[in-house]
Design a protein around this ligand. Structure first.
Ligand code: OXD
Ligand code: MN
Length: 527
């Protein structure tokens, strides 16, 4: 098969000439295609079927032990002028970068199949959505992209209609960390990634396209591409307000997006609706408000810590048609991770016999991939081509001390400052030390595809006459007391904080003015 779009065919031919695959397969996104790929991966040992009774159509993938997280030190933004990439990115000149990475791509697909994956980030008919094509030699990437994006024939038809697309070239190469690079060429709307099969490095629709290239496109086209969840809060009167919230990786975005209201709230009629858990594209509408879509169609969530108490919605969606990466397994072949329950697994994430007390059985950054529609709190509003209007933007980090539970920025400009000065303790989502406080403006430090100075100016530029911008808040669920315990219960109780924010948006509650911003009033609890 080829495409009606000559530039797409030409690019595929050029890549094939460089990488020399044995075969080329154009992905249509069908169930039959997935079945063939799944069988291939089972035969090759890339996947292992999990217990078909408890987890039908669920599979385990064990990655190479050196390939378990994003690699920020090997991730580059390659612009003609270094100041366009900014001090927040590793930079290489595009000519040098192409030469370096193309040398690694030369002949790398010999004996392999080259898969062409047309995909759409966002509802297929949304004007905010944007399309791309990923070329990869990894069937695991194809299977994940099928869950994470609108992939296949419908996306190809849109690409052929529009005549342009983001180009992403990926190969697992030889998985040698010394020959691993994730390179972005925003001026050419191109991504090249080699040497890693890990999600954020290999599923190019996600961090590479939807954030790094997306933020560049957003700046030139007047919208925002952000590392934010989108959640709808329905009050007992049946009105739903949408909140977008930015937290660094592995700081609870998935849990907040799928929050289950505490009992009293549920009885009173509160409901929470999930639109997205990681990425938000926001564009000013004719009414002056920011309208948002989730460009993704699935969740690539952190497994450890996901349990019946922390995120029952996530557990409910993980019992069929899910891919698990680097989790442990129980004696009856069910996926298992720390924080799931009290069972003791028999195999660790590397497939070795698990010795209790020898450390975590699942990798701390082990993941699940699952279609968003499988989430019990998913709302069809996620498919609305127009998006949803955003009432509040929340920034937050993981901070043991100093930062209060919640405060409100005085206005948009102050809110941009609050987002820009965010900091958080690092997690296992990226390689490197864990638990070190680092500045992570808008949770975009690893994902902004251009100079942070220009990015802050872009944020500030939305404050124009006629704009009806969301209020901006900052939260910290992770503050600890002198006994080392968390001060705030978190999870479902976070709805109490979101309710306060929405009351502030509607002008229904007073706040206390402080040097950092507006804080909730102290109120003695009635006994
Ligand atoms: C993710 C990340 O996978 O932020 O979402 O690392
Ligand atoms: Mn993320």
């Amino acid at each position: 098969m080829t495409s009606k779009l000559a530039t797409l065919n030409q690019w595929v031919q050029e890549v094939a000439a460089l990488t020399q695959p044995d075969r080329i397969h154009w992905c249509d996104g069908s169930a039959a295609e997935l079945q063939v790929l799944t069988q291939l991966m089972l035969d090759r040992g890339d996947l292992q079927a999990l217990n078909p009774e408890t987890h039908p159509d669920c599979y385990l993938h064990r990655s190479h032990p050196s390939d378990v997280a994003r690699v920020e030190h090997l991730t580059f933004v390659c612009t003609r002028h270094p100041e366009d990439a900014g001090p927040n990115n590793n930079w290489m000149h595009p000519t040098e970068a192409h030469a370096e990475i193309d040398a690694l791509f030369a002949g790398c697909m010999k004996g392999r199949t080259l898969y062409v994956i047309p995909y759409c980030m966002g509802p297929i008919d949304s004007p905010i959505a944007r399309c791309g094509v990923e070329i990869t030699d990894s069937p695991y990437v194809v299977a994940n992209m099928r869950l994470m994006t609108r992939m296949g024939d419908a996306a190809l038809a849109r690409i052929e209609r529009e005549g342009h697309f983001v180009r992403g070239l990926h190969s697992i190469g030889d998985l040698d960390p010394a020959r691993r690079f994730i390179m972005h060429f925003p001026e050419e709307l191109t991504i090249k990634s080699i040497g890693s099969g890990y999600g954020g490095n290999a599923l190019l629709g996600k961090k590479c396209h939807a954030l790094r290239i997306g933020s560049w496109q957003a700046r030139s086209e007047g919208w925002l591409a952000e590392h934010m969840l989108i959640v709808g809060i329905e009050n007992p009167q049946g009105e739903t307000h949408y909140i977008a919230a930015a937290f660094p990786s592995a700081c609870g975005k998935t849990n907040l997006a799928m929050l289950i209201p505490p009992e009293g709230y549920r009885e009173a009629g509160w409901k929470v609706w999930t639109i997205g858990d990681d990425i938000c594209w926001m564009s000013p509408g004719e009414d002056g408000r920011l309208w948002a879509i989730n460009p993704e169609a699935g969740f690539f969530g952190v497994a450890p810590g996901t349990g019946a108490k922390t995120n029952a919605n996530a557990l409910a969606m993980l019992n069929r048609e899910a891919i698990f990466t680097n989790v442990a397994v129980t004696a009856d072949n069910q996926p298992w991770w720390e924080g799931l329950d009290e069972r003791v697994p028999t195999k660790d994430w590397k497939g070795n016999d698990y010795v209790p007390g020898s450390g975590p059985a699942a990798h701390p950054n082990s993941r699940f991939t699952v279609a968003a529609k499988r989430c019990p709190s998913w709302t069809p509003k996620a498919e609305d081509a127009r998006g949803v209007p955003i009432s509040a933007i929340v920034f937050g980090g993981r901070r043991e001390s100093l930062v209060p539970l919640v405060f409100e920025a005085r206005d948009w400009t102050h809110g941009v400052l609050v987002g820009a000065s965010m900091a958080s303790e690092t997690t296992a989502a990226a390689t490197g030390a864990v638990g070190v406080v680092r500045r992570d403006s808008m949770a975009m430090k690893p994902f902004c595809g251009y100079n942070f100075g220009d990015y802050f100016a872009h944020w500030l530029s939305f404050d124009q006459a006629g704009a009806k911008l969301p209020k901006i808040f900052h939260v910290n669920w992770f503050r600890k007391g002198s006994d080392g315990k968390f001060l705030w219960p978190g999870f479902g109780d976070n709805l109490r904080v979101l309710e306060w924010m929405l009351k502030r948006c509607e002008g229904r509650v007073e706040a206390v003015d402080t040097p950092v911003g507006q804080l909730p009033q102290r109120r003695r609890l009635e006994s």
